[in-house]
Design a protein around this ligand. Structure first.
Ligand code: F6P
Length: 324
């Protein structure tokens, strides 16, 4: 291997730039070339590719977003699109690929590997933390801190007005952000896709909380929760059933994906970037690098995509006890 390509794909996440920097500098350290591929698989198909040396990635370790831009490519889902992408990689002399992204990006990478035997290494980058084979995905820690900071502010105003707030947080299919930020910010209830609380139990819990003397409450709602009502419908439902509550809604949205990465995400990105490049150089392919028990480990991409990143039962219990 003498030239490695790197791209970021899917939803961006803080720490992606730190990972790009790590990949570029590890390549330079081992005297091989590194090519940046822009807009994920879209740029691979269009040939939007250029060389990156170690100075090209200066001053980005602390920057949110991704300098390589990101996209979700429909064309890469077609055999024709992937063939174009392969030809562009060959034309640029690229002989291995680091994909920084989530499960959709890894699935694309696996198909590509199967069709062309192209060496692939994945780095998990998504704020959702929904990837098997790593305890932390890049951007998750930063997003948690962003969410906790936002809820702290909401708590100030909720408390001044004796209000109940439904705060919607990201996590398409996973409740990791909601559960951990909810515990960190002292939420009264946390609604996540992995555990359907049900409307009756929600009302019951709010009643109990009023009776116990709480004047304001925060309910963190994961965007993928299964309670069957969105945050605005939940507000209406609670106001109808419990007129004593003055309810407001706050949808945190894409601000959760931005901002300077936490130190944890920067260090994780650096470790994963080094391991990704060095594993390719050792001839490994079709793996994802991840962090388990503070060790960087490789998991087959197939497992990373298919395996379930589980919610910790202990956390659910802690959250219950904390809302007493
Ligand atoms: O997967 C990351 C994520 O931020 C999810 O939490 C969210 O559902 C989705 O991406 C939003 O995607 P988009 O940026 O396309 O709106």
């Amino acid at each position: 291997i003498s030239k490695i390509g790197v791209l970021t794909s899917g939803g961006d996440a803080p720490g992606m730039n730190a990972a790009i920097r790590a990949v570029v500098r590890t390549c330079a350290y081992h005297n091989i070339k590194c090519m940046g591929i822009y807009r994920g698989f879209e740029g691979m198909i269009e040939g939007d590719i250029s060389e990156m040396g170690p100075r090209f990635v200066k001053n980005i370790v602390n920057k949110g977003g991704t300098i390589l831009k990101s996209a979700r490519s429909k064309e890469f889902m077609t055999a024709e699109g992937r063939k174009k992408a392969y030809e562009n990689l060959k034309a640029n002399g690229i002989d291995a690929l680091v994909i920084i992204g989530g499960d959709g990006s890894f699935t694309g990478g696996m198909v590509f590997n199967k069709e062309f035997g192209f060496p692939i290494m994945g780095i998990p980058g998504t704020i959702d933390n929904d990837i098997f084979g790593t305890s932390f995905t890049l951007g998750y820690d930063t997003a948690l801190n962003t969410v906790v900071e936002a809820i702290d502010k909401i708590r100030d105003t909720a408390n001044s007005h004796n209000r109940l707030f439904f705060v919607e947080v990201m996590g398409r299919d996973a409740g990791h952000i909601a559960l951990n930020a909810g515990i960190g910010a002292g939420a009264e209830e946390i609604l996540i896709p992995e555990e359907d609380l049900g409307l009756d139990r929600l009302l019951e819990s709010l009643r109990r909380s009023k009776l116990s003397g709480k004047s304001s409450s925060i309910v963190v709602v994961s965007e993928g929760d299964k309670i069957g009502k969105n945050v605005f419908e939940l507000k209406d439902y609670v106001e109808e059933n419990m007129p004593e509550y003055d309810v407001r809604v706050s949808v945190l949205g894409h601000m959760q994906r931005g901002g300077s990465p936490s130190c944890f995400d920067r260090v994780l990105a650096s470790r994963l970037g080094v391991k990704a490049v060095e594993s390719l150089l050792e001839g490994k392919s079709n793996y994802m690098v991840g962090l388990i028990s503070d060790k960087i480990v490789l998991t087959p991409l197939e497992q990373a995509v298919k395996g379930q990143s589980k919610i910790d039962e202990e956390l659910l219990r802690v959250s219950d006890i904390m809302s007493t």
